[in-house]
Design a protein around this ligand. Structure first.
Ligand SMILES: [Zn+2]
Length: 216
């Protein structure tokens, strides 16, 4: 398994995503065993010639715009030069019909979404679409989602649903590390960066465990 992500119980696959119990797949397509080894050899030879084999996949393979992926929590700090080096480029989010067919929808302003979800008529509201001010992508509501907001007496979110996921990503510790000191014993520590909580209290492992013990 090489250049594969989130595959389980697979073997002899290359460049695949989220496969289960598969063999001889390249870019998620199945091949006969003979075809697989031949094509794999051609791909690896071409990658070796370009100096790509063994390195991260180039950002030009991204199918999600980088500013809408969870990687964006890391890329926020990158300079244009660094993004170019990794071949991470901006592209139009709506390319190739990525937004689907919106011809049946009636676009309205986000500011016209009422504060109180009980004020909406679901049958009228379900055909509406809005432009998210954060993602600049259109979004709509599913009737079942609107019903839930009404039952729970919750206000309707005014942003594309991916913004909520985006906010969750920003709460996670990043796979980017800094040097610092424990704020209790001043021992040198390495800690993960966090976008949402950049100035949080940082303890070394033993001070942290002691803190947990004292807090019961
Ligand atoms: Zn400490």
């Amino acid at each position: 398994m090489e250049y594969c992500v989130e595959c389980q119980d697979c073997e002899d696959c290359f460049g695949c995503f989220a496969l289960r119990h598969k063999k001889f797949h390249i870019f998620n397509k199945p091949y006969l065993e003979d075809e697989y080894w031949l094509l794999l050899d051609q791909i690896k030879t071409a990658m070796l010639d370009k100096g790509e084999y063994g390195r991260y996949f180039s950002g030009k393979f991204f199918h999600t715009p980088h500013d809408m992926s969870n990687g964006s929590t890391i890329y926020e700090d990158f300079t244009k030069h660094e993004l170019d080096y990794l071949q991470i480029h901006d592209f139009d989010h709506s390319l190739d019909g990525a937004y689907g067919d919106w011809s049946e929808k009636k676009f309205d302003e986000v500011s016209n979404i009422p504060d109180d979800s009980l004020m909406i008529d679901i049958n009228l509201f379900k055909i509406k679409a809005f432009q998210c001010p954060f993602t600049h992508r259109p979004f709509t509501y599913q009737p079942i989602e609107l019903e839930l907001y009404q039952v729970m007496k919750l206000p309707l979110p005014r942003e594309h649903f991916i913004k909520r996921v985006f906010d969750l990503w920003r709460e996670l510790n990043m796979n980017v590390y800094n040097n610092g000191t424990c704020q209790k014993c001043e021992k040198d520590i390495i800690f993960a960066k966090n976008r949402l909580y950049p100035h949080r209290k940082l303890y070394c492992q033993s001070c942290y465990l002691l803190y947990l013990e004292n807090q019961g």
